[in-house]
Design a protein around this ligand. Structure first.
Ligand code: GRF
Length: 191
């Protein structure tokens, strides 16, 4: 059984999609712990499902957050899943876990990625530039921001009546399908 850690900063709907997949089907992995960089609703979701949680407060730890999470995880997990985690993990953390850290991003990378591109900013930018499609990407995490190798993407159409808010909702529906599938795929490659 593979062990995964899920790192979050917010609502944790993507975390929920992993939890639901685990309870609905036979998967070869379990969530060992959920780590957040601040108090957030995702932590409550984990607790409701009896998953171990840990908060590393990014406001207190600042640049030390990677080191603290690194020490906490050690070699305990096979895969680290960033599911709406807003802190940037440093090179040391990533290099120790090459091919074992993945992230979900709500755009069709390489478009609308990089530093400062998170949350509603992404969807607003997609609407403003009049893209005809958007979507979500799961990618390996490297030393850059949103630059790692792409594992898989799902697309949505941007309709004329779409706003950043409606687009976010549409993309999130696809994220919830994509992330559990991508986790399975990455873990299969580790077998
Ligand atoms: C998602 O859009 C994810 O792609 C991005 O942050 C958001 C997290 O949403 N990285 P949630 O906390 O999983 O609901």
């Amino acid at each position: 059984m593979f062990k995964i850690a899920v790192l979050i900063s917010g609502g944790g709907s993507n975390l929920q999609s992993i939890i639901d997949t685990i309870s609905a089907s036979k998967v070869g992995y379990e969530i060992t712990c959920v780590i957040a960089d601040r108090k957030c609703y995702g932590i409550e979701r984990a607790e409701k499902n009896n998953i171990k949680t840990k908060i590393f407060d990014r406001k207190i730890l600042k640049k030390d957050i990677s080191k603290k999470i690194d020490e906490y995880l050690g070699n305990k997990v096979d895969l680290v899943v960033l599911a709406g985690f807003l802190s940037i993990l440093d090179e040391n953390f990533i290099n120790k876990r090459k091919g074992r850290v993945i992230n979900i991003h709500p755009s069709l990378l390489p478009k609308f990625g990089g530093s400062g591109m998170f949350g509603m900013r992404i969807h607003r930018a997609v609407i403003e530039t009049k893209e005809y499609e958007s979507g979500c990407t799961v990618h390996y995490v490297d030393a850059g921001v949103d630059t790692g190798e792409i594992i898989e993407q799902r697309k949505v159409k941007v309709e004329a009546e779409d706003t950043a808010e409606t687009l976010q909702k549409k993309v999130l529906v696809e994220e919830h399908k994509l992330l559990p599938k991508a986790i399975e795929q990455v873990l299969n490659n580790l077998r």
